[in-house]
Design a protein around this ligand. Structure first.
Ligand SMILES: CC(C)(COP(=O)(O)OP(=O)(O)OC[C@H]1O[C@@H](n2cnc3c(N)ncnc32)[C@H](O)[C@@H]1OP(=O)(O)O)[C@@H](O)C(=O)NCCC(=O)NCCS
Length: 190
């Protein structure tokens, strides 16, 4: 099977309907809950607004096994935030870490970005491990509303020790991580 890393094109969107589904409600926000191809295409167009905001994917032959993108790009501070998701049918097989390395190579080699940031839930050890392996380091912790407020009851029922429901809003702890270009490139080229 051929593994490639490249920009996701509109024609690739038809393969996303073959993605698996997370059955853990803390990850429901990463499920594609779309019925029609038009909705997948709309997702693609929503990511194309900014020049850097191109979505890249890791492909197994034609199948996009994961995607990775930049958000909150700050051209003055030369910083950006990273977003990543792997097909739930292919979690924990090393694809996320591989894609992170390829994307950091790509962004730091070609774009005027000096620092990458991200925010990851405290409970999301799988993601934290992957980020640490490519060189991200923890810089802060925070306690904030969870990104997905749609499954509060289910989440509270299954993971009461990881969340609080305060005045109807679901809160959890986050870890903030970052990596700078020099550190990344020096470690990579050693
Ligand atoms: C985060 C994500 C991109 C990582 O990609 P991945 O391909 O699944 O991860 P990798 O296989 O590269 O690495 C995962 C690591 O976590 C470990 N791991 C997996 N499940 C784990 C668990 N439940 N607890 C602890 N460690 C776990 C794996 O063993 C591996 O570590 P190792 O290489 O030292 O053995 C992917 O899991 C994903 O899409 N998750 C859902 C969306 C998400 O969480 N996005 C990030 C939000 S900040």
């Amino acid at each position: 099977m051929e593994v490639t890393f490249r920009k996701i094109q509109k024609e690739d969107m038809r393969h996303f309907k073959n993605w698996g589904k997370h059955d853990d409600p803390r990850f429901f926000q990463y499920n594609f809950e779309y019925d029609s191809q038009m909705e997948y295409d709309a997702w693609y167009y929503s990511k194309q607004r900014w020049i850097f905001r191109k979505v890249y994917g890791l492909f197994l032959d034609d199948h996009p096994v994961g995607f990775i993108t930049l958000k909150h790009i700050n051209y003055i501070k030369k910083t950006a935030e990273l977003g990543i998701a792997v097909d739930p049918n292919h979690l924990s097989k090393g694809y996320g870490t591989k894609m992170l390395r390829m994307y950091l190579d790509h962004v730091f080699d070609r774009f005027p970005i000096e620092e990458m940031h991200l925010k990851v839930s405290y409970f999301n050890i799988r993601a934290q491990k992957s980020y640490s392996k490519v060189g991200f380091r923890q810089v802060a912790e925070s306690y904030e509303p969870f990104e997905e407020q749609g499954y509060k009851d289910l989440i509270m029922e299954r993971f009461p020790e990881q969340f609080d429901l305060i005045e109807g809003t679901l809160y959890t702890r986050f870890i903030k991580m970052k990596i700078d270009k020099n550190t990344y490139l020096t470690a990579r080229d050693q």
